[in-house]
Design a protein around this ligand. Structure first.
Ligand SMILES: NC(=O)c1ccc[n+]([C@@H]2O[C@H](COP(=O)([O-])OP(=O)(O)OC[C@H]3O[C@@H](n4cnc5c(N)ncnc54)[C@H](O)[C@@H]3O)[C@@H](O)[C@H]2O)c1
Length: 249
């Protein structure tokens, strides 16, 4: 991980935390492959990075489509070479009481939030392992996956699964000098939360010890920590970025 211009693949790079992470890693000198189901917003992120002198390219991808993941991995590698950093940030949810959810909804939540991260990791780790230079995977889970969240039962299951996936993958990847860690944001001021009633976000801000929602940049700093050259002995860890809302052991 000694080259500062190592390629970082960021999923969901067209909005919220993914955009902040892509910009933050580019600011650290990383080349960035900005993946998103929404090509237009990914391209906007790329223009922002290029505007600051960075190197980034947008790739359209639905991470729930396993065949498309492999095809886009091939495009990214053809363009930039092997990825050294993968940030599984793309996610999706809608708030519904569990008993009102349908099978299709549950499959969609799992396909994007858990299986998508697995597919992207599997695709990009192949080259990372073969190259033998080590690397980093950072999974963006959620505090919902650590402590559970009403109205987000399936999502909590997917995000909890992502934490277990992180730990087990970290064990398998350690021999390849690839660190795998997990960041769990608390309520964060992004499009995902903008659909929630203001009354709910105001009350969340009141119970957060730091007295405010997270900003996407708060999460980006945790990702930069896990992808820095100084953290090559930290793996399998779960870090909440929640202003003290959850203090899970
Ligand atoms: N906002 C919060 O309060 C909060 C809290 C905890 C965890 N998270 C997690 O943080 C991550 C980032 O979320 P955000 O708040 O920035 O949300 P966001 O909605 O602003 O951004 C999500 C991005 O993922 C992309 N995306 C969605 N489905 C995709 C798919 N199938 N394939 C590829 N890209 C897809 C979207 O187009 C969007 O650009 C997600 O994993 C989310 O679950 C969010």
């Amino acid at each position: 991980m000694n080259e500062s211009d190592a390629l970082a693949v960021v999923t969901g790079a067209g909005s919220g935390m993914g955009r902040a992470i892509a910009l933050g890693l580019a600011e650290s000198g990383r080349r960035v492959a900005a993946l998103d189901i929404n090509e237009g917003t990914a391209q906007e992120t790329v223009e922002m990075i290029r505007g600051k002198g960075g190197d980034a390219t947008a790739f359209q991808l639905d991470i729930a489509d396993a065949e498309a993941v492999v095809a886009v991995r091939d495009e990214v590698v053809a363009h930039y070479g092997t990825a050294r950093i993968v940030v599984n940030n793309a996610g999706w949810e809608e708030i519904h009481p569990f008993m009102e959810t349908t099978t299709d909804f549950r499959i969609k939540i799992m396909s994007i939030n858990l299986l998508g991260a697995m597919a992207v990791s599997h695709a990009f780790l192949e080259g990372m392992i073969a190259e033998g230079l080590g690397g980093r995977v950072v999974n963006i889970s959620s505090d919902a996956g650590r402590v559970g969240s009403s109205g987000e039962v399936v999502y909590s299951g997917a995000k909890g699964g992502l934490i277990g996936f992180t730990k087990a993958l970290a064990r398998e990847m350690a021999r390849h000098k690839i660190c795998v860690n997990c960041v769990c944001p608390g309520p964060t001021d992004t499009a995902m939360l903008h659909g929630a009633p203001k009354k709910l976000t105001d009350s969340l801000a009141r119970v957060i010890p730091m007295g405010r929602l997270a900003q996407p940049e708060d999460v980006m700093h945790a990702v930069r920590f896990f992808t820095s050259d100084d953290t090559s002995y930290i793996t399998g860890q779960t870090l909440s970025v929640s202003g003290g809302l959850t203090m899970a052991g």
